[in-house]
Design a protein around this ligand. Structure first.
Ligand code: NAI
Length: 327
């Protein structure tokens, strides 16, 4: 049996983690021969809840779960961790301005980036889920001075998965038949779900679907507003699907993307496709042997370029709003 890997998960008392922790502990993330040690982190107000979650994890008797702990101290939770899911963040409360939310959460992710830099494994892979995920990811990455920025990513996979399913439903194919979906930009209503490169069983989507009006007027807004639609229906925000997306994002990063396909990850831009360098932006990537590469050479239409520019403008303005946290 392999040496156990240490997995830190923040927001451990929250909704998403209530789905994620159990799937990670049963081997859905790293496979059936990789033992894990879970490090849970939340704030003091959630200590009791974390205790209950630990009890439930014990009651599952997962053979791969070698140890677990709960803490309210980021340095204790991140010590020696190989993987970190940064999920916990402050929700927007009544009357709170967007700028205040950005700042409060920015403070959380600054401290967590610093703690990761001090005590995590140098190879740690970090996925930021807590919203605003892209900008929080940028802040955590900026403050992890001793770590490679390529260790940091933010979650666009839920948007990617939503886009795959809505398109599959439209064309009457299983999701399995689709490849090369991309969701560019921010995890927000400005995101650009891009079907222009999609293959269906290896053939361009256009051989099956030629309906730009549906793409522009139905598909794109549906994906952009899907989070709000789930809240409307469920009374709570997406949790199991977000946990599934977080797990898929990390699994593909570590274990690789299938040949000929790619996934969307929020990663630090390297200037590709005219996206300003240094934004944490949803882009198409392939993963192999634990490393991702931004897919190069995609031909973008003028309309696609303009949609990418719009969502990147929003990312730039979020970055400006937290400039004091990026010194
Ligand atoms: P939740 O409110 O159920 O749980 C959040 C947990 O984070 C709470 O237990 C809270 O105490 C904890 N927390 C707050 N501050 C913390 C800190 N400084 N350190 C550690 N833990 C802290 O929320 P839920 O539903 O689990 O969502 C978590 C986050 O994920 C939210 O920000 C949500 O907007 C975001 N999200 C992001 C998605 C994406 O696609 N990027 C999709 C869905 C949700």
């Amino acid at each position: 049996m392999k040496k156990p890997l240490r997995i830190a998960i923040t927001g451990a008392g929250g909704q998403i983690c209530y789905s994620l922790l159990f799937r990670v502990a049963c081997g859905d993330l790293l496979g059936p021969d990789q033992p894990v040690i879970l490090h849970l982190l939340d704030i003091p107000a959630a200590e009791q809840v974390m205790k209950g979650v630990l009890m439930e994890l014990e009651d599952c008797a997962f053979p791969l779960l070698r140890d677990m702990s709960a803490s309210t101290n980021p340095k204790a939770a991140f010590r020696d961790c190989d993987i970190a899911f940064l999920i916990g963040s402050r929700p927007r409360s009544k009357g709170m301005e967007r700028r205040d939310l950005l700042e409060i959460n920015g403070g959380i992710f600054k401290a967590q980036g610093q703690a990761l830099s001090e005590v995590a494994q140098r190879t740690v892979k970090v996925l930021v889920v807590g919203n605003p995920a892209n900008t929080n990811g940028l802040i955590a990455c900026h403050h992890a001075r001793e770590l490679d920025p390529r260790n940091f990513s933010s979650m666009m996979r839920l948007d990617h998965n939503r886009a795959l399913t809505q398109l599959a439903l439209k064309i009457g194919h299983p999701v399995h038949d689709l490849q090369r979906m991309t969701v560019w930009g921010n995890h927000s209503t400005t995101q650009f779900p891009d079907v222009s490169q999609v293959l269906v069983n290896g053939s361009p989507l256009t051989t099956i679907l030629q309906d730009p009006q549906w793409v522009e007027q139905i598909f794109i807004p549906t994906i952009q507003k899907r989070g709000a639609a789930v809240i409307e229906a469920r009374g709570l925000s997406s949790a199991a699907s977000a946990a599934n997306a977080a797990l898929s994002h990390m699994r593909d990063w570590i274990r690789g993307t299938p040949a000929g396909d790619w996934v969307t990850m929020g990663v630090p831009s390297d200037g590709s496709y005219g996206i300003p360098e240094g934004l944490m932006c949803g882009m198409p990537v392939t993963c192999q042997e634990g490393h991702y590469e931004i897919v190069q050479g995609i031909e973008l239409s003028p309309q696609s370029r303009s949609l990418i520019q719009q969502t990147c403008q929003e990312l730039s303005s979020e970055k400006e709003a937290v400039a004091m946290l990026l010194d």
